[in-house]
Design a protein around this ligand. Structure first.
Ligand SMILES: [Zn+2]
Length: 222
């Protein structure tokens, strides 16, 4: 039997409601038998399920940063190892050490941003120098909708959640934004320049299309 919360009152009819936590609420007249109530619920099972699925998909996933949950780093996933002290989050090549005195979500953002800057800056400066593409400012932000951008004044924004992607994807996104310093559109000249900078643009677009959502959600891959 489906679990439900029963609220009896001086009413004449039965009614079903799915609350914002996807729980079933049943309102029933004072003396209606449980058997009758449950028959009614069974009859409406399809509707209940449909509503619960709808609502559940809107509830953000609970984040519990537990032993063994896997998180992405440079295109591969590694298990989490809770520890009691030290930096919020460290990585030893095989696992993440998460100091559970900290909030897990913030610890991952802190770690991902720090590591992304470490990896992205040399790539950015090397490509900029080689192709004479001088940017003004660089900012690192976790954005919901973009991997990077280049403004009219040649300021570049990069999404540090890209640290979860393979290095070739990081390189391709950086090259793409740098190429916009010269060409502020996606025309032929833009792609000609981009092709001269990197060879993995196509694979990158495919990878981001298939995996992009995982990067935004920042949830364990179990
Ligand atoms: Zn673009």
């Amino acid at each position: 039997m489906q679990s439900y919360q029963l609220i009896r009152s001086k009413r004449k009819t039965l009614s079903l409601q799915i609350d914002k936590n996807a729980q079933l609420l049943v309102r029933a007249p004072m003396r209606l038998s449980v058997k009758k109530i449950e028959d009614f619920i069974n009859e409406k099972q399809k509707w209940i399920q449909k509503k619960q699925v709808e609502i559940t998909s809107r509830i953000p996933p609970k984040q519990n940063y537990e032993q063994g949950n896997r998180y992405l780093f440079l295109g591969k996933s590694y298990p989490l190892q809770p520890v009691e002290s030290g930096d919020p989050l460290t990585f030893n090549g095989q696992s993440f050490q998460f100091n559970n005195q900290y909030d897990g979500y913030s610890a991952f953002h802190w770690f991902y941003k720090k590591e992304f800057i470490k990896i992205a800056m040399p790539i950015l400066n090397q490509l900029a120098e080689k192709h004479r593409l001088n940017y003004q400012e660089i900012r690192f932000k976790a954005q919901k909708t973009r991997w990077g951008s280049c403004s009219a004044n040649d300021n570049i924004n990069l999404n540090y959640l890209l640290i979860m992607a393979p290095i070739s994807v990081i390189e391709a996104v950086i090259a793409h934004e740098l190429a916009h310093i010269k060409h502020k559109n996606h025309g032929q000249d833009f792609y000609r320049l981009l092709d001269s900078m990197i060879s993995t643009q196509k694979q990158t677009d495919v990878w981001l299309k298939d995996n992009g959502q995982k990067l935004h959600n920042l949830k364990p891959l179990v």
